[in-house]
Design a binder for this molecule. Structure first.
Ligand SMILES: C[S@@+](CC[C@H](N)C(=O)[O-])C[C@H]1O[C@@H](n2cnc3c(N)ncnc32)[C@H](O)[C@@H]1O
Length: 329
């Protein structure tokens, strides 16, 4: 299921070199994250969602050559890219790339790795993943209906859409996508797949548009926006992964509070940035429990949001909510 930590070279693919530019994905709330995590020279930092390495490069510059930066990503191409980008920075820290789902962070830290002083999770996907039609994440480009963030394993969206019954599909589209037409879309999917397999993003997008009928033109968003988001969340079990991550942080916070060795250092800062209300609810509850138990203190009284200037330059930042805690011991 997961690969062991290695060097950047183990993860380099043909499309990535140490001199590649990271254009194409803008790190959201970079200044706010750096201020909250405040990594110091020589510290150990984990970026659980390395992506295109935007946040990682800034964190690497702060810990410097005596520091350690562990990078996780479930997308091997992004992990390679981020790893190469960070390694190419002047005075780069020791970089440990780990191709894994972040829910297993507690198990995956390399033996002998120093406990982390700062941890970041910037949830969701990078814009470069959505812009690649082969990944099947966007209704705006026709491509295979895939949607996996880790294209090396797991069920694709096409397989999920073929397997689930109509009611399960409707529940996913309703709960994760909050689409008022969820039942109608699921019925249309079930009727269509009885005739022909649904295997491309274009097919799914036009089927959803059809389900909206005359309301399609009145909708501010493309009618397929919510269905695609819902299926992406389901294909990648994104809420399950986040539940696993906050459980790992909670276990480490308890261990740290009881003086047992764990993957988080005393006083570690943990920041999680989410883009969906269901994700933010999971983070809010988990952090509140740790604060209530006396294992952590809050670094963000309210969730931090991107400034209007940032949202103007990067509309994806609009829905970002950033929460952070610090372990008390
Ligand atoms: C928003 S991007 C991160 C962007 C990054 N902070 C930057 O500045 O370039 C999210 C990344 O997290 C990865 N990802 C999403 N869920 C994950 C999970 N459960 N475990 C590991 N990586 C995950 C995605 O593949 C994607 O590369």
């Amino acid at each position: 299921m997961m690969s062991n930590p290695g060097s950047c070279d183990d993860h380099l693919d043909a499309g990535c070199s140490a001199t590649s530019d990271a254009h194409g994905h803008r790190p959201v709330m970079l200044g706010e994250i750096v201020d909250l995590l405040a990594p110091r020279a020589g510290e150990s930092v984990i970026d659980l969602t390395a992506g295109r390495g935007g946040h990682a490069a800034a964190l690497a510059a702060m810990v410097g050559a005596t520091g350690v930066l562990t990078l996780f990503d479930r997308d091997p191409a992004n992990l390679s890219y981020a790893c190469a980008r960070v390694t190419a920075t002047p005075l780069a820290p020791r970089v440990q790339p780990i191709h894994a789902d972040f829910r297993s962070v507690g198990l995956m830290m390399p033996p002998g790795a120093p406990p982390a002083n700062a941890v970041l999770a910037d949830l969701g996907f990078a814009s470069t993943q959505v812009d690649d039609p082969a990944r099947g994440l966007a209704f705006s480009h026709d491509g295979p209906l895939d949607m996996r963030l880790d294209p090396t394993r797991g069920e694709t969206a096409a397989q999920l859409v073929a397997r689930l019954d109509e009611r399960e599909l409707a529940d996913i589209i309703f709960h994760y996508g909050e689409d008022p037409f969820a039942r109608r879309i699921a019925r249309n999917i079930a009727q269509t797949r009885a005739r022909v397999p649904i295997s491309t993003t274009g097919q799914l997008a036009s089927l959803v548009r059809e389900s909206y009928g005359a309301r399609a033109s009145a909708s501010r968003l493309h009618p397929a926006t919510r269905t695609f988001m819902a299926l992406r969340i389901a294909v990648n079990d994104e809420l399950g992964a986040l539940e696993g991550l906050v459980a790992a942080v909670r276990d480490a916070a308890l261990a740290a509070a009881s003086g047992s060795p764990t993957w988080l250092a005393a006083g570690a800062r943990v920041a999680i940035m989410s883009f969906h209300s269901l994700e933010d609810r999971i983070v809010k509850r988990a952090f509140a429990q740790m604060i209530e138990a006396g294992w952590a203190e809050s670094l963000t009284r309210k969730p931090v949001e991107a400034s209007p200037t940032e949202v103007g330059a990067n509309p994806r930042a609009r829905s970002a909510k950033l929460r952070a805690i610090r372990l008390v011991r």
